[in-house]
Write a protein of this length. Structure first.
Length: 396
């Protein structure tokens, strides 16, 4: 029996867990919706992998590419209630979205629906369809999830929508989308259903069994705490029957480790997105992050994150800040955005710059200061954040 892959066994309390992330020692990382600095656990597992690889190369006993990949896909399936075999790995959202977009057929004269101000990775991959007579339509975001649903319904009811590509949470405002409602509507109109889930998986609860997307792609380095340059893809078994990636590589075919004779029989699942040799180092990093989250417990992680988000939201309100979340309090999201103040005018850029000088990392998106905490953020960070905001209000 081959040695088992390591587990995360170091949790005692959230205070001590925070020190798994060196960035949180003297600073506060509020940009988990952007990128995530590496944890001590992931570094340790990478070192173990390097040690084995330096001695055994590809004959490493624990960290075989097949064992690492199997573990990653299993964990991804756990996050969204879907079979592990429906997932594959690529480099980023844009790559996965482009490969899917160029490998399908859409009818000329039809439309693709995307929400307004969507991230470019969910816009540029569809633009080539304009030369084929397929138009891209942007659905107004609105101020609430319900308003967006109404705007979406008005567009899809026109009857010419062939494909919908949508994010479960808007990357700039943090507004969650009513995905289960939209999913039913998309199925009713027989449109292809695509999820840009980078701001969804690990941020809010997603159930692919209920949503039943045809395709999904998501970055590893956001809410799943993984490495930059790696992403997950999901392909519905139903959709894969009429689907083939436009590129063919060593890993595109069945029995891909048997190089000769050459093979014509393609893989039918998300595996076909993996053309050839991958960066196993990135896979090990991603495995470590997913294993840590899994060992903590997905429900525990989500509940703790919601607890911290709520503490920050209450603090912001007490200081007089206005947020997008004020308009959808009944909907869960881990992205908070400061849009203004009840008594003072302020520049989002000035606030973000001031906070950066205090060692607090936020981002500015669509005229908002975006705050995206995860479980490495603890109560003392909220207190420090409050002191910095109070100082900003006093000095401006």
């Amino acid at each position: 029996m081959s040695p088992k892959l390591p587990h995360f066994l170091e949790f005692t309390d959230w205070e001590r867990f925070s020190y798994q992330f060196p960035v949180q020692y003297k600073k506060i990382w509020f940009n988990f919706s952007g990128t995530t600095p590496i944890s001590h656990f992931a570094r340790r597992i990478l070192n173990e992998y390097y040690d084995e690889y330096s001695e055994l190369g590809v004959y490493s006993k624990r960290f075989t590419s097949s064992a690492i990949k199997e573990a990653i896909l299993q964990h991804l399936g756990e996050w969204v209630n879907a079979p592990a075999e429906n997932f594959g790995l690529t480099h980023n959202t844009a790559e996965g979205m482009n490969l899917f977009s160029h490998s399908i057929s859409l009818k000329s004269g039809s439309r693709i629906l995307i929400m307004e101000n969507e991230y470019p990775s969910n816009v540029y991959p569809w633009e080539h369809w304009a030369s084929k007579g397929v138009h891209i339509a942007f659905v107004p975001l609105g101020d609430t999830p319900e308003e967006f649903t109404a705007n979406f319904n008005a567009e899809i009811e026109k009857g010419d929508v062939a494909l919908v590509s949508i994010s479960p949470v808007h990357w700039c405002t943090g507004m969650p989308i009513q995905m289960e409602i939209l999913s039913k509507t998309i199925k009713k109109h027989k449109a292809v259903f695509v999820l840009d889930a980078s701001q969804g998986i690990g941020n809010i609860a997603l159930d692919f069994t209920k949503l039943d997307p045809d395709f999904a792609v998501f970055a590893a380095w956001k809410w799943l705490l993984g490495p930059v340059g790696l992403a997950g893809v999901y392909l519905s078994p139903r959709f894969s029957k009429d689907f083939r990636i436009i590129f063919k590589g060593t890993a595109s075919v069945l029995d891909d480790e048997k190089y000769l004779p050459y093979r014509d029989e393609w893989k039918t699942g998300a595996d076909q997105f993996e053309f050839s040799t991958a960066s196993v180092t990135d896979w090990v990093y991603f495995f470590a992050s997913l294993r840590m989250l899994s060992d903590l417990g997905i429900e525990t992680v989500m509940n703790r994150k919601e607890e911290i988000v709520q503490k920050i939201y209450v603090m912001l309100k007490d200081l007089g800040f206005v947020t997008d979340k004020d308009r959808y309090l009944k909907h869960s999201t881990s992205i908070l955005t400061i849009t203004g103040h009840s008594k003072k005018q302020f520049s989002p850029e000035s606030l973000a710059s001031f906070l950066r000088g205090q060692g607090i990392f936020t981002t500015v998106r669509l005229g908002r200061v975006r705050i995206a905490p995860h479980i490495p953020v603890i109560e003392r960070h909220v207190v420090q954040f409050e002191k910095s905001l109070s100082q900003f209000l006093t000095e401006t």
